[in-house]
Design a protein around this ligand. Structure first.
Ligand SMILES: CC(=O)N[C@H]1[C@@H](OP(=O)(O)OP(=O)(O)OC[C@H]2O[C@@H](n3ccc(=O)[nH]c3=O)[C@H](O)[C@@H]2O)O[C@H](CO)[C@@H](O)[C@@H]1O[C@H](C)C(=O)N[C@@H](C)C(=O)N[C@H](CCC(=O)O)C(=O)O
Ligand SMILES: Nc1ncnc2c1ncn2[C@@H]1O[C@H](COP(=O)(O)OP(=O)(O)OP(=O)(O)O)[C@@H](O)[C@H]1O
Ligand SMILES: N[C@H](CCC[C@H](N)C(=O)O)C(=O)O
Ligand SMILES: [Mg+2]
Length: 488
């Protein structure tokens, strides 16, 4: 617990002294979640302004407010700062006693592969009985406990509070997906990363970042977060995909040691003698004059990149190549990523989270490489998100699938038909149809499928809901596909 004056002193050079100097129990950015003795931080959001919810925060027990706009009240002390969102990360870091300093923190950024790399690292560390925490798209996990998350990378107060819990529970490694939104909005400011990992960059989120250059700049920030402290007992590393177009930008963004991985370019961790099949992958890992055979159930060349990123990171975290090899050999895969619907049907059904042109291309080319018959694609695009990726995603269907069923993803507040119309702009043939209802679209693909055909259901992966308008309905691609197979 800290007092308001302690907090003010930490945050501001010319801090005011509050006569009423309450002890703060917690930090809250949502008035609805405030409890007794919290400090409420007003954030001006994209939808509403936290400054308008001060009454509710106080009713719920807030004893002090951090604001950037004048609040006409003298019942509680108000600490004024220029930018509440930027302040929040420093405030939370201080309030929870800089928890990430005591944590082995691995941050993973890039357009695709973040969840995959963090889950592979989790399997590797768990294999050697180390305790782990995960923060990302699917959920937050601290040891055996899991918590739902609204964002891939949570806002700073929840983030720092979670780090504190991890340190208190003596977690050995925390793997965290660092989204470009989080980097841009300063959610991870003040995080003491030990290893920063870069997967790749391709088009996504151009609704938020406007240009690819802006998007790149946000991603690069993770590497400047490695800082320039050089403690031999706590070395820091940047792990970079050497085959990626932007590899050199990422190398230049850090003053820490760079470790590379790749397949096509010379790198510290490379894969050769690659064998890709429908049941798994084999390759020879070459790293620092050592060679070791990797044999894993993970499928696709893109997963070799994910494995190389995880292997390099685990190795830099003192795991031996032998242990890494054994762990990857037993990988259970990543929920909703290239996940096969089990059963005795004579065609394949794969659920995958591909929701960018690049990830769709990777997954579809992988399927094509072993497909014996027709490939069907069921795909939609998220509403209130990057519109420019829609025709490009549909084009991937035209290029690599025999037949595409355009449907809804999470339409959110957009008209689902308008989203599909944007997708249709990318298609020039008639090898597709439209079925707005996702469950019907999946059922239709299952009806069409014959022996040895493969259906890819893309875009929602592990998700168990569908957001239509402002409502969230239960929806699980895996279960819907299973039901359709039973009904066939
Ligand atoms: C664009 C964006 O990032 N939006 C985030 C932002 O929402 P917002 O600006 O609309 O918030 P708002 O509703 O206007 O509220 C403003 C403030 O008022 C507060 N409030 C609001 C209502 C109320 O009754 N009382 C109250 O105090 C809110 O708690 C908030 O502090 O702040 C919210 C609370 O922290 C976030 O959950 C929300 O993420 C939304 C869900 C979102 O969709 N974000 C996406 C774009 C995102 O960040 N995605 C990346 C992943 C991308 C990737 O996978 O690569 C991520 O890291 O999740
Ligand atoms: N290294 C990769 N390169 C390209 N595509 C990939 C790669 N790894 C996974 N994919 C594809 O991208 C999809 C999303 O993968 P993953 O969830 O690991 O990425 P992410 O970066 O966490 O995505 P998000 O930003 O939505 O959280 C997968 O379902 C797969 O189709
Ligand atoms: N983290 C991604 C997830 C997209 C998943 C897709 N199903 C969609 O709703 O667009 C985003 O927020 O853009
Ligand atoms: Mg993710």
């Amino acid at each position: 617990m800290k007092t308001l004056n302690e907090i003010a002193n930490y945050l501001l050079l010319n801090a005011p002294r509050f006569e009423q100097n309450p002890k703060i129990k917690g930090i809250q950015v949502d008035s609805r979640k405030v409890t007794a003795s919290d400090l409420f931080v007003c954030i001006s959001g994209y939808t509403v302004d936290g400054h308008d919810f001060v009454d509710q925060a106080i009713e719920n027990g807030a004893v002090a407010i951090v604001a950037s706009k004048k609040l006409d009240r003298n019942d509680v002390p108000v600490l004024y700062v220029e930018d509440t969102e930027q302040t929040l990360s420093f405030l939370a870091n201080y309030f929870y006693d800089f928890p990430s300093n005591g944590l082995h923190l691995i941050g993973v950024t890039g357009t695709n592969g973040k969840t995959s790399v963090t889950y592979l690292l989790d399997e590797i560390f768990n294999y050697q009985k180390e305790t782990t925490a995960l923060i990302g798209t699917i959920q937050m996990k601290i040891g055996e406990q899991v918590f739902p998350l609204a964002n891939t990378t949570p806002e700073a107060s929840l983030l720092q509070k979670s780090f504190r819990k991890m340190v208190d529970e003596k977690i050995d490694h925390c793997m965290m997906e660092v989204s470009s939104h989080a980097l841009e909005l300063g959610r991870v400011n003040g995080c003491d990363f030990d290893i920063a990992v870069y997967t790749n960059l391709s088009q996504d989120h151009l609704d938020f970042h406007e240009t690819m250059a802006d998007y790149l700049t946000a991603k690069l920030r993770l590497f400047s977060h490695l800082g320039n402290s050089y403690d031999p007992s706590k070395p820091k590393y940047a792990v970079i995909n050497q085959d990626d177009h932007y590899a050199n930008d990422f190398k230049r963004a850090t003053s820490q040691r760079v470790i590379t991985y790749g397949i096509d370019q010379a790198a510290n961790f490379t894969a050769k003698n690659i064998k890709l099949t429908a049941n798994g992958t084999e390759f020879t890992l070459v790293a620092f004059n050592q060679q070791i055979e990797i044999k894993t159930p993970l499928i696709g060349k893109f997963n070799i990149y994910n494995m190389l990123a995880a292997i390099a990171t685990a190795y830099l975290s003192d795991v031996t190549l032998e242990t890494i090899t054994a762990a990857l050999g037993q990988s259970k895969g990543i929920p909703g990523r290239f996940e096969t619907v089990k059963g005795d049907h004579d065609f394949g059904v794969i659920i995958d989270f591909a929701h960018t042109p690049d990830s769709l291309e990777n997954v579809l080319t992988t399927i094509r490489s072993f497909a014996k018959n027709q490939v069907y694609l069921v795909v939609g695009c998220g509403g209130d998100r990057d519109r420019t990726k829609r025709p490009l995603m549909a084009k991937m269907g035209e290029k690599y699938a025999d037949y595409t069923i355009l449907t809804s993803d999470n339409p959110r507040t957009e008209d689902p038909r308008a989203i599909i119309a944007d997708m249709e702009q990318g298609i020039t043939t008639d090898r597709y149809t439209v079925e707005v209802d996702r469950a019907k679209a999946i059922a239709y693909a299952v009806q069409l499928a014959k022996k040895d055909d493969i259906i890819l259901i893309a875009g929602k992966g592990h998700e168990t809901t569908q957001i239509i308008g402002k409502e969230t309905f239960p929806f699980d691609d895996y279960q819907v596909a299973n039901q359709a197979i039973l009904n066939k």
